[in-house]
Design a protein around this ligand. Sequence first.
Ligand code: GMT
Length: 372
Amino acid sequence: MRIGITCYPSHGGSGVVATELGKLLAERGHHIHFITYDMPFRLGNFHQNIWYHGVEANRYAVFKYPPYDLSLASRMAQVAKTYQLDLLHVHYAVPHAVAAVLAKQMVGDHLKVVTTLHGTDISVLGEDESLRDIICFGINQSDMVTAVSDSLVQLTEEKLAVNKEIKRIYNFVDRRVFYPRNVSRLREKYLQADEKILLHISNFRPVKRLEDVVAIFDRVQKEVPARLMLVGEGPEMTKVVSLAEKLNLTSKIIFLGKQDEVAQLISLADLLLLPSEKESFGLVALEAMACGVPTVGSNAGGIPEVVEHGKTGFLADVGDVEAMANYAIELLQNESLYHDFSQKGLERVEEKFCGQKIAAEYEELYQQVMDS
Ligand code: GMT
């Protein structure tokens, strides 16, 4: 098939999933055309069967806001015509679903639109009066709609007047990249032999509850020699820095900023912390699980569909840092429990979240939409 993919190309789960899916589909013989404002950061080097088409927003002085959404729709239509695309698969409802629907109107009904909802497009933007109706329109006008967890399907149906069936297709991980790596050399650079690493990776937005990450770490390091590794950047960084200073933890925190290649860093860790307030899936918990690293976090949104409480990680209510810290301590102090969680996590990835399985689910969905 000839498929156009639009996503946010910067760091963030939806862009990662869209890019990795495109790469897998290209390997499986499909022609994949990324239509985005920048090269997706996980795209890497040249791939056979992958094209990249940039989108430029016109910045004419009369515009207070450059009309990016229209430029995107127009570019989608242009690429669809030139390369005779069968469908546009857009990730994240705003503005991608609406732009794709417009492109379809420009090109003709034979161009199908598949929209994948990722989380904050519904849980945050779906609450915004100025966007709710147009998000709903984009969903209802798509030929097929998917969401990355049952929890997100349910939330979308509760929040928006959608008249489309939303199919759940889980996110996935490429196990050729995410697997337990031997990183003992790298560990020596960061740690004393008896120290454990607690890891948090995110965009440091308020929903990630960074202060909880520090509060959990504070409790854990009083019982177990440990360091906290923070990967990512964002609006909550200043709060993290001041809380770390207040708790006298700065020397125990390793700030790594934004990183493109996280598989190696995840393998360095003993535990992932994900105490988010909202999380439709929690891709990083899946990536950690594939590296044999259990997660301790919140039971928000789709996290329990990824991390099985008491089997591959531990979950507690949002904000219950005491419980999360106790769980973390329990796991770090009990070697056989840790090994069991780690092993069960690897099996769970293989069974439910491996890339080839999920790529096949998308292919089946594309076929259905083409036949409809
Ligand atoms: O986590 C973020 O804030 C980024 C956001 C995105 O759209 O890139 O992530 C959402 O999509 C990811 C991929 O499907 C999910 O794993 C995340 O759980 C989801 N984030 C939220 O729901 C907060």
